[in-house]
Design a protein around this ligand. Sequence first.
Ligand SMILES: Cc1cc2nc3c(=O)[nH]c(=O)nc-3n(C[C@H](O)[C@H](O)[C@H](O)COP(=O)(O)OP(=O)(O)OC[C@H]3O[C@@H](n4cnc5c(N)ncnc54)[C@H](O)[C@@H]3O)c2cc1C
Length: 299
Amino acid sequence: MKIWVFAEKYTALNELCRGARQLGERVEGIIVGSPEGVISADKVWSIPAQEGAMLEDYTESIVALVEKEKPELLLVAPTKRGKLIAGRLAAMLGASVSTDVMKLTQDGEAKRMVYGGTAVRREKATTPTAIVMVGPGVLVVSAEAATSQAEVATVDFIEPTTKMKVISKEQKPKVTVDLPSAKRVVGVGRGIALAEDIAMARQLAEAIGGEVGCSRPIAEGEKWMPKETYIGVSGLMLAPEVYFALGISGQVQHMVGINRSKVVIAINKDKNAPIFKQADYGIVGDLYKIVPALLNQLK
Ligand SMILES: Cc1cc2nc3c(=O)[nH]c(=O)nc-3n(C[C@H](O)[C@H](O)[C@H](O)COP(=O)(O)OP(=O)(O)OC[C@H]3O[C@@H](n4cnc5c(N)ncnc54)[C@H](O)[C@@H]3O)c2cc1C
């Protein structure tokens, strides 16, 4: 199977390319601009960057490439822009898109959550090219996956038929954590009473050499952490060695994002919290007492 990968960021592109090795014999990447650093693919298709162009403006160029080269699978990293471009590609190519994919098999079958995470659907595209939106961390990356530099082919940029103009740009606060690559993650949930108490989770993360993520309400509701750091069906899908869940109830939409963790340690004051059914270690109690005690021990 010939698999193509498109991602805005090089880390995601590389991780998807390396994961795609488990699914097909040939892996090729699509990038905008010239490659910066090593890309773990057999070939890279480089579309020349255009001044002032938005990512969506490269859709026509990608469509022309896909129509010519006919990859069977096109993996797209599920960023906001990625979602926009995947929709456009699907419409122009007449291809189907599977979003929020949690598992992808060699025969192209995708498993994804439906009904807000209460059911899992298996689906397989019947179109010649299937577009699958899959996050870094979902595909298993084997240690021996190739990291050699790919052959680079520069292709023509095709002017989009409909264009958007950037009127202004505003810098967002930078997210400095790289949760998909973190081996240890401390997840913060609504059991945390105040934004400033997240410092306690950061101390725990620091003590174990990890990073801090959160449940959706902490990012989308309280806005105490950046949206890019929430874990679950509509956020990040992680597979760390250790996941600490602090004051997280364990709803399916969150658990989907962490159920590939090797060890899950949950701290929750409610002994009936669903998270305890999936945790390897559970501590029933007030996180405001347990986390300082753990920090003390770790010191
Ligand atoms: C379509 C859809 C998509 C969604 N996607 C996501 C997603 O991607 N990620 C996600 O996280 N959620 C997602 N959700 C929301 C999800 O259903 C839950 O509402 C959310 O995960 C709950 O977050 P929580 O566990 O932090 O909060 P809660 O469910 O409110 O749990 C808080 C927990 O903290 C415990 N607690 C309280 N105080 C303390 C204390 N002092 N010490 C110890 N424990 C304490 C409580 O016992 C409770 O179990 C989605 C929902 C929908 C409908």
